[in-house]
Design a binder for this molecule. Structure first.
Ligand SMILES: Cc1cc2nc3c(=O)[nH]c(=O)nc-3n(C[C@H](O)[C@H](O)[C@H](O)COP(=O)(O)OP(=O)(O)OC[C@H]3O[C@@H](n4cnc5c(N)ncnc54)[C@H](O)[C@@H]3O)c2cc1C
Length: 803
């Protein structure tokens, strides 16, 4: 065994082997994979081997497409058969909601370049004569779907990696991972150790145990999962062509041909987490005892929909465990707070996803960033609230919902109230309908008291519509109060604070007492943040940003700190707060602070430490609503006092509570984008329009790429549009069309209540991103006329927020 390697990957399942292959393919051959037993000794060997492209996140779908398209090349490179059957596959809808869902998937596929098409039920029965099509109303066809041989795929990755110069060792269990002072690792096995620059946890079923070797607690959980294989079915034996693969959403079942019979798997309504306390080290090529009673109801449904299954004998019933993360998506990337430690865990559909995971991780290690935005898989989307127990609860929820419909306005019930603020009970009593981000409860909108506080999951406008309209009206006409605990706050203190931020942020830094907006770019010029930078003095800065992205940003700041004399801290939980917005906001504020808050005393984009509502506070004059607005941040124990002071002072001023839905509506009519939606690492500063904030006279990370793009001009641009609809708005990912051709896609949108228009933001070719361009947006399969609006529909000159 080598004594030195650039990367050691722990785990020889499909994920670890794919990472080894991609590292070698992209030029890092001095990488070693260590496997406890034989390759495929975890969940990989007993997978059902079905492959498909659909996923809730478009970039994950893209990577699933990449994975499937890679199989032929992999087979040629390795000389190992992967048993690929590209039979094509269908997704069947048995009710209108599922049909709507499929129409939305079809719309996404248009711009992802995936070739999905609806087929008639007649065509469905021709392609799969065993299906009782009377159970369905629609079917979406994807030619990429099919099945593979799980062991073949895993060995093919490993063999191809070896041919490219990487190596792997079996029967080499890692028993310790010890970090040296320089950040490198000693990876210890009973037969010796390897000194490595980086390590990758690809431990699959043992990801938790491998994590704990380095003090890392991962919120992943193996779940029991069943599928059955039938004896030969005469109709199949009589066919020449292989049957296509299929997924029946309502039944939560998937199926495909296996030999001359069929394979049918199901995600049962009551999940069974496996080995909650930890996966035994001696578990290997065993299977679990089938629990027929858990899946009987689902099988019944499967038999109804594929009647031939009723007659066929069951040859095999498999119950095997595989690992889920809290939201069902993989958790990959550099672990925030650790050096040179990479995760590739919680990959629950390894044969659809491992190619993409390997590609992204290898690019991230070698180039410093993946080619596309991997936010939906980034381990940094979770924080320390994601405890092992949280992982078990959420993984179970996700397992049970694997093929169940989640509406765009639906929030999932499990693992809630992990993080709350001092106002939680007060706001609940007012009728708060809660959402949840980064474990923290945040108000979406306010109903008329707690008994009325419920949402109606739908693709169309929900019952929240009129309540949100009421909140928007209050902000535009009087004053609104919103909790802002969920924004991230990052502090930078020390002699090099300004120097550091000048390099990391692309925008012009503010002077003491002032605030500035700034994009943050990667070396390749991709957006890595759209942040609000506040300067208290030259040694003391605070950055406000996306709460969801706080660990991602922390990881970025920490990875760039070397050589600077400053202290950085993620202080998001140290400051909670309340925002005030609306024409009466100043009068209210003046009643609870001794500061001069006139337009001269506290200018737009001023910030200071002072006292508000009797308590020490950071007071900033900012606005994401487009109105005169203030943000007041206080330490959590002061938040209730601040809230009570505001309520008292708001008497007679029309003070109304508002939530995130209203805020997202208000910003639409200002043409403002939002992080994780319109602003993400898929786009550049010039594409998003955030280049307007760049300080071209200084040096900053990503400058060369941004300059190159400025020279060439961006190929696409973020544009705001109105859409002619009656009772439906975009959620996101809808296709944008021009003359029947897909030219772009929606990144966010909804109803702009004040201007009373359905609106969307989306990326379109630069030539089309001009005021008045007529387009179409596809929502639930219908084409709606849309028009680009160059200037904001509300207060285009920004007078209101500067008043
Ligand atoms: C019944 C069933 C059906 C499935 N069907 C499908 C399907 O149809 N399509 C699909 O895409 N996916 C399917 N899956 C899921 C798929 O199997 C997993 O997503 C995939 O196997 C995950 O691979 P992995 O490499 O992350 O983990 P694993 O396969 O668990 O690999 C982890 C490896 O790490 C090794 N290891 C652990 N600890 C150490 C250590 N300390 N030192 C060295 N090595 C170590 C283990 O021995 C193991 O080989 C199914 C799973 C099951 C159980």
């Amino acid at each position: 065994m080598e004594s030195q390697a650039r990367v050691v990957i722990i785990g020889g399942g499909v994920v670890g082997c794919s990472i080894l292959f991609h590292l070698a393919k992209l030029g890092w051959q001095d990488c070693v994979l260590l496997e406890r037993n034989e390759l495929t000794s975890g969940s990989s060997w007993h997978a059902a081997g079905q492959i498909h492209t659909i996923s809730s996140d478009p970039n994950i779908s893209r990577l699933q497409g990449y994975t499937i398209n890679l199989y032929k090349e992999l087979e040629e490179l390795s000389g190992q058969s992967v048993g690929l059957h590209n039979t094509g596959g269908f997704y069947a809808a048995s009710n209108k909601d599922w049909y709507d869902y499929l129409k939305r998937e079809r719309s996404k596929a248009r711009y992802m370049g995936l070739d999905q098409e609806f087929i008639s039920l007649k065509e469905l029965s021709e392609r799969h004569p065993l299906i009782d099509t009377s159970r369905y109303i629609a079917a979406l066809w994807d030619p990429l779907d099919g099945d593979i041989d799980p062991s073949g795929v895993t060995y093919a990755y490993a063999k191809a990696a070896k041919k490219l110069g990487a190596s792997y060792h079996t029967h080499a269990a890692v028993i310790e991972t010890n970090q040296r002072a320089d950040g490198s690792w000693d990876v210890v096995t009973k037969d010796g150790s390897i000194h490595a620059e980086h390590i990758v946890n690809a431990g699959g079923l043992w990801a938790r145990e491998v994590g704990r070797l380095s003090g890392l607690n991962l919120p992943v959980q193996p779940m029991e999962h069943h599928y059955l294989i039938t004896e030969t079915i005469p109709e199949i034996a009589a066919r020449e062509e292989r049957l296509p693969a299929g997924i029946d959403y309502e039944g939560n079942i998937y199926f495909r041909q296996e030999g001359q019979g069929m394979l049918l798997g199901t995600y049962e309504p009551k999940a069974t987490p496996w080995m909650v306390g930890g996966t035994p080290q001696n578990f290997g090529h065993e299977l679990l005892e089938p629990q027929l009673e858990h899946i009987a109801e689902r099988l019944e449904l499967g038999f109804e929909r594929i009647p031939a299954l009723k007659e066929a004998g069951i040859k095999d019933m498999i119950n095997g465990p595989f690992t889920f993360g809290p939201d069902g998506n993989p958790m990959i990337g550099p672990v925030p707070g650790m050096r040179n430690y990479w995760a590739a865990v919680g990959v629950m559909a390894g044969f659809c996803q491992a190619g993409g995971v390997g590609k992204c991780l290898a690019e991230w290690m070698i180039d410093g960033e993946p080619e596309i935005d991997v936010w939906a898989m980034d381990i940094a989307r979770f924080g320390d609230y994601a405890s092992p127990d949280y992982g078990t609860v959420k993984a179970s929820e996700n397992y049970e919902r694997r093929f169940l419909l989640t509406f765009p306005n639906e929030t999932l019930p499990k693992g809630r109230r992990m993080r709350t603020t001092a106002l939680y009970d007060r706001l609940t009593a007012k009728g708060a309908v809660w959402g949840n981000g980064f474990g923290l409860e945040a108000v979406l909108w306010y109903a008329d008291g707690p008994d009325d506080a419920h949402e109606e999951p739908t693709f169309r406008r929900s019952r929240a519509h009129d309540y949100v309209a009421r909140e928007v009206r209050a902000v535009r006409e009087a004053v609104g109060l919103t909790e802002i605990a969920n924004f991230a706050k990052h502090s930078f203190r020390g002699p090099d604070a300004r120097k550091f931020l000048d390099r990391v942020m692309a925008g012009r830094l503010p002077k003491p007492g002032r605030i500035a907006l700034s994009p943050m770019l990667t070396p390749k010029g991709k957006l890595y943040g759209d942040l609000t930078v506040a300067c208290f003095d030259d040694n003391d800065f605070m950055i406000f940003g996306s709460g969801a992205a706080q660990e991602m940003h922390r990881r970025w700041f920490e990875s760039n700190l070397d050589g600077y004399d400053l202290q950085y801290a993620n202080e998001s939980r140290r400051y909670h707060g309340i925002g005030l917005s609306g024409p009466n906001a100043r009068e209210l504020l003046a009643r609870i602070t001794r500061d001069d808050v006139s337009n001269e005393g506290l200018k737009f984009r001023d910030i200071r430490r002072t006292f508000v509502g009797m308590v020490p506070a950071i007071l900033a004059r900012l606005s994401f609503s487009g109105e005169l607005g203030y943000e007041i941040y206080v330490e959590p124990e002061y938040q209730l006092k601040l809230y009570e002071s505001i309520l008292e002072a708001g008497e007679g001023l029309g003070l109304t509570h508002y939530g995130l839905r209203a805020l997202m509506s208000l910003r639409l009519e200002k043409n403002w984008g939002a992080w994780t939606l319109d602003f993400r690492p898929d786009y550049t500063a010039a594409q998003s329009g955030l280049d307007a904030f760049i300080d071209w006279d200084k040096d900053f990370i990503g400058k060369q790429a941004a300059l190159d793009e400025r020279e060439a001009g961006p190929a696409m641009k973020l544009a705001t549009m109105t859409i002619d609809t009656d009772d439906i708005d975009v959620s996101n990912d809808e296709a944008i069309l021009k003359d029947g051709e897909c030219v772009g896609y929606v990144t966010s949108g909804g109803y702009a209540h004040h201007v009373q228009k359905s609106m969307a933001l989306g990326y379109v070719p630069t030539a089309l991103a001009t005021d008045g361009t007529a387009l179409e947006v596809e929502i639930n399969g219908e084409m709606y006329p849309a028009k680009i609006v160059g200037a904001p529909l509300y207060d285009p000159t920004g007078e209101k927020m500067r008043a």
